[in-house]
Design a protein around this ligand. Sequence first.
Ligand SMILES: Nc1nc2c(ncn2[C@@H]2O[C@H](COP(=O)(O)OP(=O)(O)OP(=O)(O)O)[C@@H](O)[C@H]2O)c(=O)[nH]1
Ligand SMILES: [Mg+2]
Length: 296
Amino acid sequence: MSFKSGFVTILGRPNVGKSTLLNTIIGEKVSIVSPKPQTTRNKILGIYNSQNAQVVFTDTPGIHSSANKLDEYMQKSIDTAKQGVDVLLLVLDGTKPIKQGDIDWINSFSKYKNVIVVINKIDDTSFEKLYPQLSKLNDLEHVKEIYPISAKTGKNVDELLKNIIDLLPEGVPYFDQDSYTDKSVRFMIAEIVREKALWLLQDEIPHGIACEVIEYKEDDKKVVIDLDIICERDNHKMIIIGKKGSMLKEIGTRARQDIEKLLGKKVFLNIFVKVRADWRNKESYVESVGYNKTDL
Ligand SMILES: Nc1nc2c(ncn2[C@@H]2O[C@H](COP(=O)(O)OP(=O)(O)OP(=O)(O)O)[C@@H](O)[C@H]2O)c(=O)[nH]1
Ligand SMILES: [Mg+2]
């Protein structure tokens, strides 16, 4: 039997469900998800392995305009993720009206050979509402397929995956067939903590935080992790810590449960909150919290 392999990049505006889709396809939490826009900050590989295919998906940050060094980094990671791919998945939110800007955006990929448009969140809308939206996409000549899906419930995701594999060339696996991401355990741990913080904290803070594993010690029975949450202001630090440490405790408890699932061991997680004023504007800070240019 022939083996298919290739690279697929997932693109779309913030919050349309790109990371949720990746996680559903891979069957593991590869990329963190939250109701807040700009959850994903860099390229994240999720590797789908089966008997006769390996598909290397790249999740990207939602497109938005650049304002600081972190935004520049995010934009760069989107730009590089588009290079040399076999299939592009352009994801739209099916609960929102499709605008001319979306059509222009899809058309801007006309030089790509295999473009699939994915309309996500169909679990949260009705056919009557969706149909007029889909009809706006009738004239997209270079688009191979349009898939209405629900990344959350998994509806139509298998069909989408099958179609993606059909479009891939025959080839060899690019990655170890046992692994499902290129990211380190340290990165995954930091992301899990950031995800919990995104869900629990007020709107103005999440974009100003970063998480970094400082110490990771493992023995047969347990893992001890020291981690910094970096924020931009003293009053943010107070909110992250909460009354008598209640917020930090909640972030830590939720994160620890997920990290224990990831590592399959008992986890002791010590979180420290540090202030680095304006870290998103300083390249050296952006790099030191794990957003390295060498990864782009
Ligand atoms: N109802 C519904 N909600 C969804 C679906 N897919 C994602 N969501 C929700 O949409 C929100 C954003 O999901 P993400 O996967 O983080 O979106 P994203 O496109 O990766 O966002 P960024 O990383 O910020 O660009 C979360 O609250 C998800 O639970 C879906 O199929 N149906
Ligand atoms: Mg994301």
